[in-house]
Design a protein around this ligand. Structure first.
Ligand SMILES: [Zn+2]
Length: 288
């Protein structure tokens, strides 16, 4: 699976996950370990979306039927139980139901995804029920677990999941500039947009970082427009403003422009020309 989770989760967790899923043997169960606010929830959502994404390219693409349903929280092949919100989310009956369900073929995605958030709140009885399926998982099933620490799990369960530490604390990136740029996109004159990219021309790494953040913001805006509630970027207000001011088609086009700019940057394009072309591309997106 060609995962595209770079920049998600603190401490390079998204990059590590992308690597783990790029080989021939993919994990059947992953555990994202981290404090609330470290990005475990967003990573879990993005990974689930990637697992049901129907694109041939980088996953999640954010716009195929699978991604749109995942973002809207209505994908039939993703089941989420949230033990962070509700510590009683994992009664043993629910786990047994998952076990039975895992052996039924997915409805429309390549695999079924079971997202279990906050498994530090899972009882030993439920963990033992979960262990039975983790020991012999069907091929087309992915378990995505999050926990404050793997120490909360039984050693037998711990040994069956691939662990990904998500560094503590909040996301380190500075979103201010990306958010300013994103808001400038809806500004009809476009002057603010050009002004905003001016500072990026000399700094290739910063440019790349901002483009990745913009991609997330556009995706979130699209998700909100499609009826979704979860924001991968965590910048709900900006995403909502974008989603309210731009059409779906326009947002898709802006994602494409941003991806194109990222590719060009990888190929060492001239940053000054790239910034100008990127702004022009954003401004010409239809339906603004
Ligand atoms: Zn997709």
């Amino acid at each position: 699976m060609n995962l595209r989770l770079d920049g998600l989760g603190a401490g390079g967790a998204g990059e590590n996950l992308s690597l783990a899923f790029s080989g021939g043997r993919m994990p059947h169960a992953v555990l994202l370990e981290g404090e609330p606010g470290s990005g475990t929830f967003r990573l879990a959502a993005a990974l689930a979306e990637a697992a049901v994404c129907l694109s041939d390219g980088g996953k999640p693409c954010g716009r195929c039927a699978g991604c749109v349903k995942a973002l809207a929280g209505s994908h039939p092949d993703i089941l989420t139980l949230d033990g962070d919100k509700n510590p009683r989310a994992f009664p043993v009956d629910a786990i047994r139901k998952i076990r039975a369900d895992a052996y039924i073929r997915p409805n429309e995605a390549p695999r079924k995804v079971f997202v279990l958030l906050g498994v530090q709140n899972m009882s030993e009885v439920s963990q033992n029920a979960l262990l039975k399926i983790l020991e012999e998982p069907p091929d087309n099933v992915l378990f995505v677990l999050t926990a404050v620490s793997a120490a909360a799990l039984l050693p037998t369960v711990r040994s069956r999941v691939q662990r990904f530490p998500v560094a503590g604390g909040s996301l380190p990136e500075d979103w201010a500039q990306a958010e300013r740029l994103a808001r400038a996109v809806t500004d009809s004159g476009g002057a603010a947009l050009l002004f905003g990219t001016a500072g990026l021309v000399g700094d290739r790494e910063k440019f790349r970082g901002i483009l990745k953040q913009l991609l997330l913001l556009f995706r979130d805006a699209l998700a909100l427009r499609s009826g979704g509630t979860a924001c991968l970027s965590g910048r709900d207000e900006t995403a909502r403003a974008l989603g309210g001011g731009l059409t779906r088609r326009s947002l898709v086009r802006m994602m494409e422009e941003t991806e194109r700019a990222l590719h060009a940057l990888e190929r060492n394009a001239n940053t000054a020309l790239l910034a100008t072309a990127y702004c022009a591309g954003l401004r010409s997106a239809p339906g603004r």
